[in-house]
Ligand binder design. Structure first.
Ligand code: SF4
Length: 80
């Protein structure tokens, strides 16, 4: 069975019906790294990211999120 990312964040550019993520790749990281790194640091650079441990799911985020219609959709090198 193909890997599937389920996501309910429906204002994301990559979100599709049925709560499925249509991004070519995503990066999950700590909230802190999501805050500190620029939009251009995303899934294509994920293998270079330093470890970013957290204590709970509330401290993680999807760094690939970009709002529908945002002028920054192309900034991260991720595509649908
Ligand atoms: S990129 Fe992240 S926030 Fe956007 S639909 Fe995929 S998993 Fe959800």
């Amino acid at each position: 069975m193909a890997n599937r990312v389920n996501c309910s964040v429906n204002n994301c550019h990559y979100w599709t019906q049925g709560n499925a993520c249509a991004a070519s790749s995503i990066m999950i990281t700590s909230d802190q790294m999501g805050y500190e790194e620029p939009d251009s640091f995303d899934a294509p650079q994920a293998s270079l990211a330093p470890p970013s441990p957290v204590e709970s799911c509330m401290e993680t985020c999807c760094k690939t999120f970009v709002a529908k219609g945002s002028p920054h959709i192309q900034d991260d090198g991720v595509y649908k």
